[in-house]
Design a protein around this ligand. Structure first.
Ligand code: AMP
Length: 122
């Protein structure tokens, strides 16, 4: 899948659409999900044009990857999620119902999140 420069997170990164920002540095931007699924639901996106986790892993520089991973961890710490616990998740493609084709990590927290996958979902 080639990168779509008009996806909504690209527009947020260009400042064309507002977001509820929680963190930003050279490599990453973190903002609250517009339709939160848990009391805390934040998205962390790399600043470069990557569609998915595998695309990012293949094409991003070591500095971008390190910066992005460190940003995800910093956001989780800054949001006070380390002690109670949290979940990170990334969707790719149709089977995962990815809505926005710009790589992003969801950070979920603020409640007991239950098990990752229900046994019946296998
Ligand atoms: P995914 O299914 O992993 O692609 O998730 C995309 C997420 O982006 C969903 O949880 C949406 O609620 C969220 N989202 C879509 N548009 C915006 C926006 N403008 N600001 C913040 N979050 C958004």
């Amino acid at each position: 899948m080639s990168y779509d420069e008009n996806n909504i997170f690209a527009k947020i990164l260009r400042g064309e659409i507002p977001c509820d920002k929680v963190y930003e540095d050279e490599h990453a931007l973190a903002f609250r999900d517009i339709a939160p699924q848990t009391p805390t639901h934040v998205l962390v996106v790399p600043k470069g044009p990557y569609v998915s986790s595998d695309d990012f892993a293949e094409k991003a520089s070591d500095a971008e990857i390190a910066g992005f991973v460190r940003a995800v961890g910093k956001v989780a710490r800054d949001l006070g999620l380390v002690a109670p616990g949290y979940r990170i998740l990334a969707n790719h493609g149709a089977d995962a119902h990815q809505e926005v084709p710009h790589f992003h990590i969801h950070i979920f927290g603020g409640k007991d999140l239950g098990r990752m996958i229900k046994p019946a979902d296998k």
